[in-house]
Design a protein around this ligand. Sequence first.
Ligand code: PMP
Length: 419
Amino acid sequence: MHQFIQNSKSENQIFDVKKIRQDFPILNTKVHGKPLVYLDNAATSQKPKVVIDAIQKYYESQNSNVHRGVHFLSDSATNSYEEARDKIKNFINAKSSKEVIYVRGTTEAINLVAHTFVKPKLNEGDNVIVSLMEHHANIVPWQIVCDEKKAKIKIIPINEFGELKVEEVNNLIDEKTKFISLVHISNSLGTINPIKKVIELAHKNNIPILIDGAQSVCHSKIDVQDLGCDFFVFSGHKICAPTGIGILYGKEKLLEAMPPYQGGGDMILQVTFEKTIYNDLPYKFEAGTPNIAGAIGLGVAVEYLQNLGYENINTQESKLLNYATEKFSKLENVRIIGTSKNKASIVSFVMADIHAHDVGTILDQEGVAVRAGHHCTQPVMDYFKIAGTARASFSFYNTLEEVDILEDAVKKGIKIFLG
Ligand code: PMP
């Protein structure tokens, strides 16, 4: 009934959700005898067949180690691995492939920057600014380096809608501020932060800034040159690629000046016991055998998203967000947490006093997969004085019918628990 067909003029292609769903084999799964309704996309996205095929092809016909071999297979694997890097460079509009570092994911990228870029600059009494809505991956690494250097963390507050109090950033910045690390889109609230504004503020004060793009790359076209941020980090698994692969983008000048994070094979040019000469970018930060199949899969995933077109993705996801928000706003005993004006397709909610895990379990019985808990953002939960939320996060392959099923499942839960 709600089948959505969008004809985007600028991208000149038909966006047919039913057809797009056929690209994702897992979406045919039955859960407890019911069709799977996968609404846990903020935790990880599903993978299209082209990505699964690329991984299979690598293991069936290319499997070999990269960079070191002189034989046919190693050449083939190296070419695909480096071609993927070029695709990702174009995807985020980095100036050079040297600025695109393969890492395990967002978490590793933030730790790398915290330890190799920020820690050496920190002195006692200095500070690093993050926001209250950060994922733990953008809190704990800063606590580790700040504790070690007797530095402090300053926190940009949020308001009751879950919006960043951006006007506070200027007040927090002082001469001891050495770094700002800010999430682009909150995974537990869906808030889209005005990152360009904060990047400008940071640079006006000569402070380098990292943007955690774990939740934004799936929803919006990222242009790191236009943003002007010093570092931008994301995980492949949230954008249709496999787990265990992600990207650290950094400005070449900064990456050049940073020491390696890990030592080992591939990150060196020459090793003697007296002295080791490190490899050039990006290899200086890629010690050891990398996730070759993952990188190739990520290259295919970004092409897949580009072919779909972000305009189409946004239109479909906005439609889902508006539809779900309208429905949930009318439900008694349900409260949406995170009502920012500028929001991605994430609906976090609490149901009366029912524990989020119980909500998740009830929904699972109806085939609906949502995340329940604190979503690795405990300070956000503390701010709203709740233990956790149930979170439905929509992707371009979700349908309005699935929102209907979610709503029915929530109503069923209300009936079971509240009578
Ligand atoms: N930041 C945000 C905003 C996230 O949503 C996540 C994943 N939920 C992370 C960081 C950490 O990503 P990963 O576990 O893939 O390293």
